[in-house]
Design a protein around this ligand. Sequence first.
Ligand code: NAG
Ligand code: NAG
Ligand code: NAG
Ligand code: NAG
Length: 286
Amino acid sequence: MNNILFFFFLVVFLLSPPQIQSQTIPSNISIFILAGQSNMAGRGGVYNDTATNTTVWDGVIPPECRSNPSILRLTAKLEWEVAKEPLHVDIDVNKTNGVGPGMSFANRVVNRFGQVGLVPCSIGGTKLSQWQKGKFLYGEMIRRAKAAAVASGGGSYRAVLWYQGESDTVDMVDASVYKKRLVKLFNDLRSDLHQPNLPIIQVALATGAGPYLDAVRKAQLKTELENVHCVDAMGLSLEPDRLHLTTSSQVRLGQMMADAFIAIPNSAQPLLYCFSVLVLFPLFFL
Ligand SMILES: *[C@@H]1O[C@H](CO)[C@@H](O)[C@H](O)[C@H]1NC(C)=O
Ligand SMILES: *[C@@H]1O[C@H](CO)[C@@H](O)[C@H](O)[C@H]1NC(C)=O
Ligand SMILES: *[C@@H]1O[C@H](CO)[C@@H](O)[C@H](O)[C@H]1NC(C)=O
Ligand SMILES: *[C@@H]1O[C@H](CO)[C@@H](O)[C@H](O)[C@H]1NC(C)=O
């Protein structure tokens, strides 16, 4: 008899569907939007494999970037799953993704929140002009950010992490209007998410693809917008391509961004996140 029961349970166990991560439905999640270009998407540990002549990720995940059941990411299909490196694997799909600053950031702030929800939106090689309101990348970022709030029953937006500009160092005009475009982007983003004082943690470039690095950095270091905080990546170690931060640099950068965020007064206080539910639910179901 016991054998039959055992066999029965064994069959039930074997036939039961595997745990589907996307069924994770968070509540009261603290949402962070990750946007920018390749160094935000993460290229730490990405190298040229001479045997196959392709770029591959070495798969090395430092302890600071390990997964944690309280840190989720919004997939390209707008579902939550436990976050793991590379965070942008299904977002920056035409590139080989590696380690970025997102996981080390999240691991440093997670103990202040019940759950952290990362919303990766970065695409390698993009210019700031492509992120202006009305353009595809901007629309995708807003769409994903709003879906994140809806998918969590109205989670609260906590901050935007922004690291972009390498592609704007090539052309003099792009560099000279960088500040104007950045201010417009941040204002539009806050306005469209109904968070006029949403903290923005941005990175001053460590590298550029062209000669106008200083002009872009100057704009980044001095946006003169309230609650926009800048951490400087200059001096962090680089991959052999001299353009991308190494894995250990990304760990450090994520921690610098976390420290800048934590330093904002009341950054972990409960927000009036019912607002996003009230605003977004009708939009979604109309
Ligand atoms: C490797 O790939 C690059 C383009 O990705 C190409 O230009 C180059 O010729 C290739 N090298 C070899 C040895 O196949
Ligand atoms: C990837 O490449 C395809 C084909 O060139 C393009 O249509 C698509 O927009 C690209 N996607 C991203 C995220 O860069
Ligand atoms: C939501 O999370 C915040 C921390 O981010 C916590 O202070 C607050 O008590 C939580 N609210 C509920 C209803 O769980
Ligand atoms: C890989 O090789 C290409 C040229 O073949 C180069 O442009 C790129 O920077 C290299 N990438 C890395 C990560 O070294």
